[in-house]
Design a protein around this ligand. Structure first.
Ligand SMILES: *Cc1c(COP(=O)(O)O)cnc(C)c1O
Length: 398
């Protein structure tokens, strides 16, 4: 057996590899610098182009570009009319933003449990948590795997709920052959550097509803409209006229970020293909290791993997997750944990949420670890990660 680096042995590789990173080419840099040399650096033609590109790619009728994925979620909640007195059902196994956006609107996030095999929100648990006050569901395509659209859609129709999909992980994923972005009532993307394509920062909301689209554009820009048809007093004093007709925010994205996102969109299918290749190699290598459990796929989801998660069977290992994580780090494979259940955070605890609320999510959380997956990984990098996982498992096997 190979001696672990953490015990004084040689690491599987010399340079550190991280769980995710962006891919920026010369043409991406050129796209950004072109905008910087032009007359519009914000709210110009590149934002329009980004929106049209996203509409074309996803098949959604409308895309609204915003400053980041969190702003996208906030705008989606505003468009859905979420406010004080409402409850919104979401998952605890996500980044805090998926629930914070509900609090921004003065409403109450309610956590439904996950399916312990797919790690996505469990439609049966959504059902259990519906009350008179439930207004919407925010379902997260965790790791990039699409949520159970058919089941969630049926629930939303039965109880007149709005279906919001946090697809920060899932651009390029298809459900039943249709692109994520075209399916839910409102879908949000993030273009943070760890996500599948990036603008440095950036986000978007997609919808097929013209009514939601109008509300999204108002939420993005202070509640201000320049369109006569939307004005309360359209008898314009002059061409400078605009009206603030609701309360909105400044969630604009710059033209140079939009240019970067448009440029990255051209590579998206290649990125997705590479991510799938890497995930397949991991699946093949790890399915033979009895100390690991892998995320179960649903047949409807053609998944572009944003994260690859191994789940440790701690009953079969002599180490804790922390020891496994540290040992991987010493092998120069820097893992990450996605995510601490949202309601465990002190802020949520102060709001009255208690540990034990979602037993499946808590149990899954205790064993999971995200290993590196991003398109710039070489085949050797993938081999190194597999080697490190095998090596650590062998050393800690009971
Ligand atoms: C990244 C992420 C967000 C927030 O996106 P930002 O662009 O960082 O604001 C929201 N939800 C999920 C699931 C995410 O992974």
């Amino acid at each position: 057996m190979e001696k672990l680096a953490i015990d004084g042995g040689y690491p599987v590789r010399s340079g550190k590899i991280y769980y995710g990173r962006q891919w920026i080419d010369e043409d991406d840099i050129q796209a950004v610098t072109e905008v910087l040399r032009s007359s519009f650096i914000t709210c110009g033609p590149k934002v329009d182009e980004m929106e049209r590109t996203l509409e074309e790619y996803t098949g959604a009728s409308y895309a609204v570009a915003v400053s980041n994925g969190t702003a996208a979620l906030h705008c989606a909640c505003i468009a859905a009319g979420i406010g004080p007195g409402d409850e919104v059902i979401t998952t605890p196994l996500t980044f805090a933003a998926s629930a914070n956006c509900v609090l921004y609107c003065g409403a109450v996030p309610v956590f439904a449990d996950i399916n312990p095999e797919t790690y996505n929100i469990d439609p049966d648990s959504i059902r259990v948590h519906i009350t008179e006050k439930t207004k919407a569901v925010i379902a997260v395509d965790f790791t990039g795997q699409a949520v159970q659209h058919k089941e969630i859609r049926a629930i939303c129709e039965e109880f007149h709920l709005i279906f919001i999909e946090d697809a920060a992980h899932a651009i390029a994923t298809k459900y039943d052959g249709k692109q994520v972005g075209s399916l839910a009532d409102l879908t949000t993307f993030s273009f943070h550097p760890v996500k599948t394509i990036t603008g440095g920062e950036g986000g978007a909301v997609l919808t097929n509803s013209e009514e939601f689209y109008q509300k999204l554009t108002l939420a993005r820009t202070h509640g201000i409209t320049h369109e006569e048809s939307m004005m309360v007093n359209p008898d314009r004093e002059g061409p400078w006229c605009y009206e603030q007709i609701t309360l909105g925010y400044n969630y604009r994205i710059t033209d140079f970020q939009a240019a970067l996102i448009v440029s990255q969109m051209k590579k998206l299918d290649n990125f997705a293909a590479r991510r799938k290749e890497i995930a397949k190699r991991y699946d093949e290598a790890f399915s033979e290791i009895p100390e690991l459990m892998l995320q179960k796929g649903i047949p409807e989801s053609d998944t572009c993997r944003h994260l690859y998660i191994i789940r440790l069977r701690l009953d079969k290992l002599k180490c804790s997750r922390r020891e496994f994580f540290d040992a991987m780090g010493e092998e120069n494979v820097q893992c990450q944990i996605h995510y601490i259940p949202v309601y465990w955070f002190p802020y949520y605890r102060r709001l009255g949420y208690e540990k034990g609320l979602c037993p499946n999510a808590e149990e899954v959380y205790r064993g999971i670890m995200s290993i590196p997956i991003y398109p710039a990984m070489s085949d050797q990098d993938v081999t190194d990660v597999i080697h490190a996982v095998r090596k650590v498992v062998e050393n800690y096997r009971k």
